[in-house]
Design a protein around this ligand. Structure first.
Ligand SMILES: Cc1ncc(COP(=O)(O)O)c(C=O)c1O
Length: 390
């Protein structure tokens, strides 16, 4: 089950090569290049009752397939360690659970709705204190963090679903000056396009359900850390005590998905840029929201912080409100009408419907997750959709 270093192999490899070769995996017993799936939930002990392999005792704490996937992901993010969870929100929750009672969390006003809802709920239950800042306003983070003692700054960049960009290095400066930790939800950027730890973040979060797995067939979440300090150990404990561990088969699928991560993300990112340029200024649209467009407010920061592309997510503000946006969606033939993002297939969603009556997302916003289909067919399908947007 353990991977062996190849004879004569001395050079540290790039994330791309590491992902493709599943962490340069070679099974020492068989020579197999594909990491095996280890379904066992329990691990044997010797006659003196010591574990045959001290790393594995019971599946709720660790599993060899999951550990291989965690090793690959840690290498891609330049992290000291990674932990995989049963979903993105399970990972976020494990972190929130380890905060001291009443700890203050600061987060952007616009970010993934599910994380925002969870933080708001924890604040309502008086588990934490919670303050939001407007990421589009300079100094807003500094002012919000400065208003009271803060334990954790949680940011997401680009932010769902309007794709504001937050300067990670600047946010790390603000958080650290106040004695707070910075965690970056890098689900949309992926390690292919942004390296939050190298920019000063303390932890990275992923909904691995999205680009990391990439095939819309696994729910998974990940936390990655710069330091395996005491707080990291608490998160590790929260995972096994709470039981929000990733199943071994899902970890195996994730390993397979990550092999093509770089190809998928680069292709989706190039298609998203082409689509954004094609539809910018379109007569049926009020705006195309995409950090790769020079007119986007976050373009300069994105150009500096994101390497090799601006990601596969963009949103369209359709002229004519909710009715026009929904009329356009009804005509989709290549884009699939479904929530989620980061899979190989392109998705269109009317975000306000998904988030419900409490949502503050504009009613005319269509969120597009660009997949890896033929680029021209995607453009033609969007033209066809917008032709019916009345
Ligand atoms: C940016 C972002 N963060 C977190 C999550 C939550 O992840 P999961 O659905 O895997 O729990 C999502 C899910 O859509 C997301 O888009």
């Amino acid at each position: 089950m353990t991977a062996t270093a190849r004879t004569g192999e001395t050079t540290a490899r790039t994330g791309e090569t590491t992902a493709v070769q599943a962490g340069h995996f070679i099974d020492s017993a068989s020579g197999a290049l594909t990491p095996p799936w280890q379904p066992s939930v329990t691990f044997a002990r010797d006659t003196d009752y010591t574990l045959l392999n001290p790393a594995y005792s019971y599946g709720r704490s660790d599993n060899p397939t999951t550990a291989t996937a965690e090793g690959v992901l840690a290498a891609l993010e330049g992290a000291e360690a990674a932990l995989l969870f049963a979903s993105g929100l399970a990972a976020a929750n494990a972190l929130f659970e380890t905060l001291a009672p009443g700890a203050r969390v600061v987060a952007p006003r616009i970010m993934y709705w599910g994380t925002l809802t969870r933080l708001a709920h924890l604040a309502e239950a008086k588990r934490i204190e919670f303050a939001l800042f407007d990421a589009s306003r300079a100094n807003a983070l500094e002012e919000t963090v400065g208003a009271a003692k803060t334990a954790l700054v949680w940011i997401e960049t680009p932010c769902n679903p309007t794709w504001e960009v937050i300067d990670i290095a600047a946010a790390a400066g603000v958080a650290h000056a106040a004695g707070a930790r910075l965690v970056v939800d890098s689900t949309v950027a992926t390690p292919v396009l942004t390296q939050p730890l190298a920019l000063g973040a303390d932890m990275v979060f992923h909904s691995a359900t999205k680009y990391l797995n990439g095939h819309s067939d696994v729910l998974a979440g990940a936390l990655l850390t710069k330091d395996t300090d005491e707080s990291w150990q608490c998160i590790r404990d929260a995972r096994w005590q709470g039981g929000a561990v990733l199943g071994a088969f899902e970890a195996w699928l994730l390993l397979r998905g990550m092999r093509t991560l770089y190809l998928r993300v680069r292709h989706a990112s190039e298609s998203a840029l082409a689509i954004a340029h094609h539809f910018a200024g379109h007569e049926k649209l009020q705006a195309v929201l995409y950090p790769g467009l020079p007119a986007h407010a976050g373009h300069a920061v994105a150009a500096r912080q994101m390497t090799g592309g601006f990601g596969g997510m963009l949103s369209l503000l359709v002229d004519g409100g909710a009715a026009a946006a929904l009329a356009a969606v009804a005509r989709a033939e290549v884009f699939l009408r479904a929530t989620s993002l980061g899979g190989v297939e392109s998705l269109v969603e009317h975000r306000a419907t998904i988030e419900g009556p409490e949502s503050n997302v504009p009613e005319n916003l269509l969120r597009l997750s660009i997949g890896i289909e033929d680029r021209q067919e995607l453009i033609d399908d969007l033209e066809h959709m917008l032709a019916g947007a009345i």
